[in-house]
Design a protein around this ligand. Structure first.
Ligand code: ZN
Length: 438
């Protein structure tokens, strides 16, 4: 006989006999078994006839209508008399409350989902659900196993990027008289940049081999379907993709190209300041005051502001003005070149702008610009691929932001396997709950 209170509680296989209030005002729900199946032996499946005794269990459950409740399930222990069955006795069990479990399946599921989808840390979820840390951690792992896809679906544009895991540790080496990193942990993440699957997987370490291994675990068909791979200017990923996905076109992220140009410009400015002024730059030095304006794109400034900036550079001492202006122009040349992306540029136009940039670097005679030009030359096929496709690795960088948010919420992870699982729950599109890496 199923009554309304039973329906309200919603624990299949159990009926509510009565509800009374404890002296402290908490409802105590007396339950009995309704499921006939509970009377069958879990080993042989034969219905038992002989009651051994009665026991009362107190499984913990979710709050009902926002109020914590105490469940009291009075159930029977049976003798299994079936000949040949190894089991002598058993207690009744239902799907929500299996034998020997002190927590209902739905409470366990809610605690795991709060971590996987609700941005809760294990500690917070344990507190919210009045459970222990290991129980919630296990519940989360079980939940993640259900919601995360086993294998990624086909991907057209793959993004590869690295994330530092924890802080690097440095030790002073007495022999070489230099600081050397003793611990520096990394994760490399593979992202779907075209199909919206988010983070496909992460591997520990930062070597070409770990990337090759991850790609090697995918099927040949999956690998064949990857047409483009977006990476930072990182030779490790370059060689890994060359080996594992020889047919894919490598695209280098333009953000990192711009960053290199800014670095070169800043290095020139610092070096010539020291040479001319005999000390580091400081407030009051005009080139130091202009340092942020120098790294802004001229295209994004009003024309009169650009003119004013050029006048200001020209007004600096000659030993500073000439190299800084050359570096600034080289940076702008590179930006002009990158601005051709997504415009279907013709060959001559690209060649003309590239030549102008190389010429500027060569004419300046500055070692920083020579190095920049060399790097651009090494990576030119991948930069050209960016100009033609407009593919960026921004999706991977967005994912990295979420990875760091998750790590920070958890105050860091000791266990990298747990970290990867948590990260994937927050970034793999099919299952993630709240954080949007896009
Ligand atoms: Zn049996």
């Amino acid at each position: 006989m199923v009554n309304d209170t039973t329906r309200l509680l919603g624990l299949d296989g159990l009926v509510v006999d009565r509800v009374r209030l404890d002296p402290d005002g908490v409802p105590v729900v007396a339950l009995s078994t309704a499921d006939e199946q509970a009377q069958c032996c879990p080993d042989c499946g034969v219905r038992a006839r002989r009651v051994k005794d009665w026991v009362t269990t107190r499984p913990r459950d979710l709050p009902v209508a926002g109020r914590a409740t105490r469940l009291r399930w009075r159930k029977r222990r049976w003798h299994c008399d079936h000949g040949g069955c190894r089991r002598r006795t058993f207690t009744e069990q239902v799907a929500q409350v299996p034998a020997r479990h002190r927590v209902t399946a739905r409470l366990r599921q809610a605690a795991g989902a709060a971590v996987a989808d609700g941005a809760r840390t294990v500690v917070q979820s344990a507190r919210d659900h009045d459970l222990s840390w290991p129980v919630v951690a296990a519940a989360f792992t079980a939940h993640a196993g259900v919601v995360l896809p086993d294998e990624p679906e086909p991907v057209e544009v793959l993004g590869i990027d690295e994330t530092r895991r924890g802080r690097p540790k440095w030790v002073f080496d007495q022999v070489s008289q230099a600081w050397q990193s003793s611990v520096d942990r990394w994760h490399v993440g593979m992202c779907d940049l075209s199909g919206g699957q988010g983070l496909l997987g992460q591997v520990e370490g930062r070597t070409a081999q770990v990337v090759i291994d991850w790609l090697g675990h995918r099927s040949q068909t999956w690998r064949d379907q990857v047409r483009y791979v977006a990476i930072d200017m990182c030779t490790i990923f370059k060689s890994a993709v060359r080996e594992a996905l020889p047919h894919a076109i490598l695209v280098v992220d333009h953000f990192h190209v711009v960053q290199l140009a800014h670095q070169a410009l800043n290095e020139v400015r610092r070096r010539v300041t020291v040479q001319v002024r005999g000390r580091r730059g400081r407030a009051g030095d005009r080139e130091w005051d202009l340092r942020n304006r120098l790294t802004r794109s001229a295209k994004r400034m009003r024309a009169e502001r650009v003119d004013k900036l050029c006048d200001e550079i020209a007004g600096l001492p000659a030993g500073i003005s000439v190299p800084v202006l050359a570096a600034w122009n080289a940076k702008e040349d590179l930006l002009d070149l990158l601005a051709l992306a997504r415009t279907h540029p013709d060959r001559e136009n690209v060649a003309r702008l590239l030549h102008r940039f190389y010429q500027r670097c060569a004419d300046s005679g500055l070692p920083e610009l020579a190095r920049l030009a060399t790097t651009i030359e090494i990576w030119w096929p991948q930069i050209l691929a960016f100009l033609h496709t407009g593919i960026t690795n921004a999706g991977s960088e967005g994912t990295n932001r979420v990875i760091k948010t998750v790590a920070r919420d958890a105050y860091g992870f000791r266990n990298p396997i747990n970290q990867r699982l948590r990260t994937r729950c927050a970034t793999t599109r099919k299952s993630r709950g709240h954080l949007n890496p896009a």
